[in-house]
Design a protein around this ligand. Structure first.
Ligand SMILES: [Zn+2]
Length: 314
């Protein structure tokens, strides 16, 4: 059965028809505004209608960046979109007028499921996915089952406290893991370093057009790939935070595989090498237990579409 997956972000949605092997057969996009929830409903329905005109579709999965209700119908809260106890699936169903099942999934869970079912984790049974983007999203698969928790809010690993009294977080607390292991953290530290050490940051400042505040993550990755020392140390710092936090998660879950996705995953081994080293240093009973592999995600930006579509079929 073909299913549609829709990845709903703050400013755009991407929707695709996905077959049972996880291949996207067709894809469309729509621009949206984060405070216009009715506009998002309409854009989602419109994108689904366009795709369903050319393909026989049996289910629709909506990947949403927020806390999803356990019945997979509503978004309870979203930090970057104006959803509060919002009946997303029912609203889209009312506009769609198609006889299909519609479910809502957390976007990081959807991305993790795509990697588990069709990507880096397809031979695994127990997997942790880290989506390292603006924030740090997580997905947990145990014994081939996605862990949603009792109330649908499992795997919000980005908000585990790793530094008491640390950086403020958008969730209202301090010292959350995503304040250290995210693209935003990389950019914050890169901008601070460019202000503090303009000589060492010469290449970074060049890429940012001369202004520390204009520095972005892909520029840091590019400079690191060129061998720039400061950029390499910034990526290494990020990798170490990913690895250290993962060791704490491993103490809890004992995964066989940790998949790193999101924008910074483009840095590949430059990021994973320090992550693996920090993971091994922090892992308890090191040398007396099998160590989880840390691998890069395979589906990139399309993981949300693929995972949401596949979860809608289950
Ligand atoms: Zn937080």
């Amino acid at each position: 059965m073909h299913a549609i997956g829709v990845d709903i972000g703050g400013t755009k949605i991407a929707a695709g028809v996905v077959d049972e092997d996880g291949t996207i057969l067709a894809q469309v996009r729509r621009d949206t505004a984060p405070d216009d929830t009715a506009g998002i409903d309409a854009a989602v329905a419109d994108a689904c209608k366009e795709l369903a005109a050319s393909y026989d579709v049996g289910a629709v999965g909506l990947a949403a960046a927020g806390f999803v209700s356990p019945d997979r119908r509503s978004v309870l809260f979203a930090p970057n979109i104006a959803w509060r106890e919002y009946p997303l699936a029912d609203n889209v169903a009312a506009l769609l007028d198609m006889d299909v099942d519609i479910v809502v999934e957390n976007d990081a869970n959807a991305a993790g499921w795509a990697e588990f079912a069709f990507g880096a984790g397809k031979d695994a049974t127990d997997m942790l996915m880290l989506t390292v983007g603006t924030g740090l999203g997580g997905a947990i698969v145990i014994d081939r089952t996605l862990v949603r928790g009792k109330w649908g809010a499992a795997a919000e690993i980005g908000h585990m406290r790793v530094v008491p009294g640390g950086h403020y977080c958008g969730c209202g607390h301090e010292g959350c893991w995503e304040q250290y292991a995210s693209g935003s953290a990389l950019v914050r530290d890169g901008q601070a370093a460019a202000v503090a050490y303009p000589d060492r940051a010469r290449r970074l400042l060049e890429l940012a057009g001369g202004s520390p505040a204009a520095l972005r993550g892909p520029q840091i990755t590019q400079a690191a790939e060129e061998g720039d020392e400061l950029a390499l140390s910034l990526i290494e710092g990020l990798g170490r935070w990913i690895g250290e936090g993962s060791a704490s998660v491993a103490a809890l879950l004992d995964p066989e595989l940790i998949v790193v996705g999101g924008g910074v995953a483009a840095a590949g081994d430059i990021l994973l090498r320090p992550a693996r080293a920090a993971f091994a240093e922090q892992l308890s009973a090191l040398g007396h237990r099998p160590e989880a592999r840390i691998a890069v995600a395979q589906h990139g930006n399309e993981a949300g579409i693929i995972g949401a579509a596949d979860l809608a079929r289950i």
